[in-house]
Design a binder for this molecule. Structure first.
Ligand code: ADP
Ligand code: MG
Length: 319
């Protein structure tokens, strides 16, 4: 590693995130040492974001740092895990320390809010990309899996899906918006807020859970495939935000909610007997029932098979 990069690690990536008593050794040695609590299991996730693929190349570095951690927090949220320790692998095109410092600030702010310590990583030169390995804990046996859904259960979604895909489209000049709606939708793409508290609260209530990164319909298909079930959702029950409806109209808003990506909301199943308990959760206010688990027959929305253009919403706007 070049001497410049050694200094960059010291100035940008040391002491980031929350201080945690269970970190025995953080940045500075060959590896980190942490002490997971007794009676818990480690839950591990790693997601990479690549410039031009997962975010537009000109995205401000603070938002890139936020996203690098947020996508992993969302994976842990979907498992019902409490996040704790992160490793960061970052590849930078040049030794642009101002860029790295802003990137680190975006990651640091989100990490502190979720009590995550940055305990190590790797810094390299090359095309801009960032990987975070995030570790958290669940009480032994308590994780939420994709595979637990059963016919007759409810399908729930948190938040207002579709907003982030609209925000990306606005950034890329494929969708026009103004005023507060524009700001709302841009923020939903640039600063996603993973549902960590909700995931933890759903332990023992949800039977299956997945975070929505590739579009609600496609991610529901993955959950159903893992559970050996189908699902029937009602498009009229989708929680569409006023900002999305004002900007895109009902038809496009519905399509973005079903097939747009980058929502980082939780899609989960639970028996009807859990409705009251879910409604009573502090984080449950954001959750809506959108359908039911069926014994088979794939995923259907308002009686129709899935839209086949699931992806990142690119198909919705033409060129
Ligand atoms: P090694 O050569 O032993 O792999 P490095 O010189 O790459 O170690 O890294 C030195 C220390 O800095 C290690 O503790 C490593 O975890 C940490 N580190 C390197 N890059 C980052 C980064 N981007 N974020 C956090 N910690 C980092
Ligand atoms: Mg070493």
């Amino acid at each position: 590693m070049a001497a410049g990069e050694f200094e960059l690690i010291g100035r940008c990536f040391t002491g980031r995130g929350a201080g945690r008593a269970d970190v025995r050794l953080g940045v500075g040695d060959d590896a980190a040492i942490v002490a997971p609590p007794a009676g818990s299991e480690l839950v591990l996730a790693l997601d990479t974001i690549v410039s031009g693929t997962h975010f537009p190349a000109e995205t401000a570095p603070r938002f890139v740092g936020h996203r690098a951690l947020a996508v992993n927090l969302s994976d842990l949220a979907a498992m019902g895990a409490e996040p704790a320790w992160a490793l960061l692998g970052v590849t930078l095109p040049s030794g642009d320390e101002a860029w790295a410092a802003e990137f680190a600030r975006g990651l640091d702010e989100l990490a502190r809010r979720h009590a995550v310590a940055l305990v190590g990583g790797d810094t390299t030169r090359g095309p801009l990309a960032a990987s975070v390995m995030l570790a958290g804990t669940v009480p032994t046996g308590g994780a939420l899996l994709r595979s637990g859904a059963r016919a007759g259960e409810d399908v729930w979604i948190s938040g207002t899906p579709g907003d982030a895909a609209a925000g990306l489209a606005i950034l890329q000049g494929r969708l026009a918006a103004g005023g507060a709606a524009r700001d709302d939708l841009l923020r939903r793409f640039l600063l996603p807020e993973p549902r960590v508290a909700l995931g933890i609260a759903l332990r023992g209530l949800a039977t299956a859970c997945i975070d929505v990164s590739d579009g609600l319909a496609g991610d529901l298909e993955k959950l159903c495939a893992a559970s050996g079930t189908g699902a029937e959702c009602d498009a009229a029950l989708l929680p569409l935000s006023p900002a999305l409806l004002d900007t895109a109209g009902t038809e496009l808003a519905t399509r973005l909610a079903l097939t747009g990506g980058d929502d980082y909301e939780l899609l989960f199943t639970a028996p009807p007997a859990a409705r009251e308990a879910i409604g009573a959760l502090a984080a449950g206010a954001a959750c809506r029932r959108i359908g039911a688990v069926t014994s088979g027959g794939g995923v259907r929305v308002s009686g129709a098979a899935l839209p086949r253009d699931a992806g990142h919403g690119f198909d919705h706007f033409g060129k």
